[in-house]
Write a protein that binds this ligand. Sequence first.
Ligand code: TMP
Length: 244
Amino acid sequence: MRRGAQLYEGKAKVVFATPDPGLYVQLFKDDATAFNGLKKGTIAGKGSVNCRMSAALFGLLEGAGVRTHFVELLSDREMLIRAVRIVPLEVVIRNRVAGSLAKRVGRPEGEAIPRGPVIELYYKDDALGDPLLNRSHIEAFGIADTPTVDEIEGKARAVNGVLVPFFRSVGLDLVDYKLEFGRALEGGELLLADEISPDTCRLWDAASGERMDKDRFRRDLGGVEEAYQEVIGRVLGAAGSVAS
Ligand code: TMP
């Protein structure tokens, strides 16, 4: 599919139009940022890892009945996607305490969440630093309507029901992760969008507890590229056998 005009450039991805108004191309970059762009760097091979991992997981989720924007891989860092208008909410699903939740509730990282998962909704707005919202904010300001928020939460739980056992099967603990949803420009269906990758997930090795995700970059832990390659190797090994 021929790439048309660039529509959007974010910190880690670029989206292009195509000759078909219902389809976009999403290109994954090696650029890495953290803390809302304050920390910048490059993770060699990240674009390819994140693109191929997202493709594999979207395929797995489609097979489980969760509709996504994914159409097909075009190269190791480009995918064809259904054109969507992103709902400006970052949906964080937490199966275990870590990161900002540890600070918010004063609990140690790694602690179990008694009646989890916790689902949080953040306002996708870089200028504001993506603040946490509650449903009243979302409804009062028309950021999304109530049926859409309900549908997003339901889909987030369905995604979690697929991804937790999948990652467990490859020896990874899916501690928390961020999802985005969009409405298809053609038909208006709510689709899982964006990416699911070591940039957007906390993945801890189930045996050692070692962090295998972007926290290695955020927290200067070293071994960033190696962790991304280990994760994609495990995911593609298992997703390949699920798909066949
Ligand atoms: P947090 O603990 O910093 O709030 O992050 C929760 C999860 O969301 C974690 O898996 C990383 C992911 N995340 C993103 O994908 N993008 C972001 O901008 C942030 C802050 C977190």
